[in-house]
Ligand binder design. Structure first.
Ligand SMILES: Nc1ncnc2c1ncn2[C@@H]1O[C@H](COP(=O)(O)OP(=O)(O)OP(=O)(O)O)[C@@H](O)[C@H]1O
Ligand SMILES: [Mg+2]
Length: 432
């Protein structure tokens, strides 16, 4: 693997963005050329102070060289992990915006130090290493490190990592008081099409320029959103929930995979974990996700369990996906009339695999069971859905009736939230 940061905001590679090589204007002819980009200029203005810790002098010097153009607040070097223990860990946290720890010299001591500094929580702790072992990555992440840089340093990645450190400073964090939309998909019964609809809905939302969309697979433990999109991810929702107490935007981003459509995905785990999430952990995950993303789409599967119910209170919209079968309608009726009473105005019913010709129940009966007309009716298209599964390619951008309906659903989110009624009617009239 090339020199690369292993986690944290891989989306922020701005290929093609204006950049040029220059020497830093200090008069020092030995200064390494560096990239002038909007980020590097912002970093200079941010005046970050940085601590470098590690016994390996050569490695420290290399790091200092890579950082020096972006640390207007100064770089201080510590030659031993022990120098930085106990009270000094607190001081490091208080005095430096970023603390870089060399992992390779003494990994155990380094990780202990990372954990200790992270316990104070203000500074951004980064680890640098000559290796990219996934186990080591995971241990660093668990210890609380927010960035992992590989040596030799890639200047662009260093700039990105430091930019995030600058953004994390309390003054910058205070500005981040916006919250994205939370769009929760729940099935009235297993197999009704929650994942198919949620994935394509997220893909449709992600086409909106300037909007960042995240799909979270909370159908634990066996959710298959990633499978539907053809994504293989190293990390999962379980990693996020297990570390909820220290989860923040950078950490969350490090766990995501990006789909070619632009959707970010937090997958369900590849292996079967015995893990029951706490409602508080789900709440934390969602609140961090909403700070980072404009749209947070959640595949909750068909389990309206207590842990998941924390999602309903704050959801922008809850999409109850159902079908026109007797068990699905019966479950829907229970959910609508007994569970989602307070959420009624935010509840949107999605009647999937709808085929008026093949109905055993009339539309009137369906409406009666649902207590109101379904806002959205997605036609049945077995061949199309099967193709999507086989090719692991979303269908949301195509010409099919299924795609058109799902795009309408996404458009309704971007439309006037305060005035949803016309959008709902529009969706319904497609089949009405
Ligand atoms: N509109 C549709 N037309 C035809 N087939 C569909 C449609 N929607 C979903 N399917 C098919 O139904 C099956 C179940 O879909 P999906 O996995 O999306 O459901 P789910 O509710 O997420 O299931 P689970 O409870 O296992 O999570 C899949 O084979 C899918 O291709
Ligand atoms: Mg599913």
């Amino acid at each position: 693997m090339s020199s690369a940061r292993m986690f944290f905001r891989p989306e922020r590679h701005h290929a093609g963005r204006h950049s040029r090589l220059a020497s830093h204007g200090t008069g020092d002819m030995t200064a390494a050329p560096y990239l002038i980009t909007p980020e590097s200029e912002a970093l200079a203005a941010a005046a970050l102070s940085i601590a470098l810790i590690g016994p390996n002098h050569e490695r420290r010097s290399e790091a200092a060289l890579a950082l020096r153009n972006f640390a207007a607040g100064g770089i201080r070097q510590f030659s031993a992990y022990s120098e930085a223990e106990e009270d000094l860990a607190r001081k490091l946290d208080e005095e430096f915006d970023a603390v870089l720890v060399d992992l390779d010299s003494e990994p155990e001591a380094a990780l202990q130090l990372v954990e200790r500094i992270c316990g104070f929580g203000k500074s951004t702790v980064m680890v640098y290493s000559g290796h990219t072992d996934p186990q080591a990555l995971m241990r660093c992440m668990r210890a609380g490190a927010r960035e992992f840089l590989t040596v030799p340093f890639d200047e662009r990645l260093v700039i990105e990592a430091l930019s995030r450190a600058a953004a994390r400073r309390p003054a910058a964090a205070a500005k981040a008081n916006r919250a994205g939309k939370m769009l929760v998909f729940l099935g009235a019964k297993g197999g009704v099409g929650v994942t198919s609809v949620a994935c394509n809905f997220a893909v449709a939302l992600a086409q909106n320029p300037g909007q960042r969309t995240l799909l979270i697979d909370l159908d634990l433990p066996l959710g298959d959103a990633a499978l539907n999109l053809g994504i293989v991810s190293e990390f999962s929702t379980v990693n996020a929930l297990e570390a909820a107490d220290r989860l923040d935007g950078s950490f969350l981003t490090s766990l995501l995979a990006k789909h070619s459509s632009g959707v970010w995905v937090l997958s369900a785990p590849g292996r079967f974990p015995y893990f029951e999430p706490e409602p508080e952990a789900i709440e934390k995950l969602i609140s961090v996700a909403r700070l980072e993303f404009d749209n947070v789409v959640v595949d909750l599967g068909s389990r309206a369990n207590p842990a998941g119910s924390v999602l309903f209170q704050d959801a922008t919209a809850i999409y109850l996906v159902t079908q026109a079968g007797i068990p699905e309608l019966r479950n829907s009726n229970r959910l609508i009339s007994q569970v989602f009473i307070e959420e009624s105005t935010r509840l949107e019913i999605v009647l999937n695999r709808f085929d008026s010709k093949l109905l055993g129940v009339s539309e009137e009966q369906i409406t009666k069971a649902l207590t109101r007309p379904a806002q959205w009716k997605i036609p049945s298209d077995h061949a199309l859905l099967r193709k999507m599964q086989i090719n692991a390619e979303p269908l949301a951008l195509g010409d099919s009736a299924v795609a058109k309906t799902i795009r309408k659903m996404a458009e309704a989110v971007h439309g006037e939230q305060a005035d949803k009624t016309p959008e709902k009617k529009k969706g319904f009239s497609l089949f009405g």
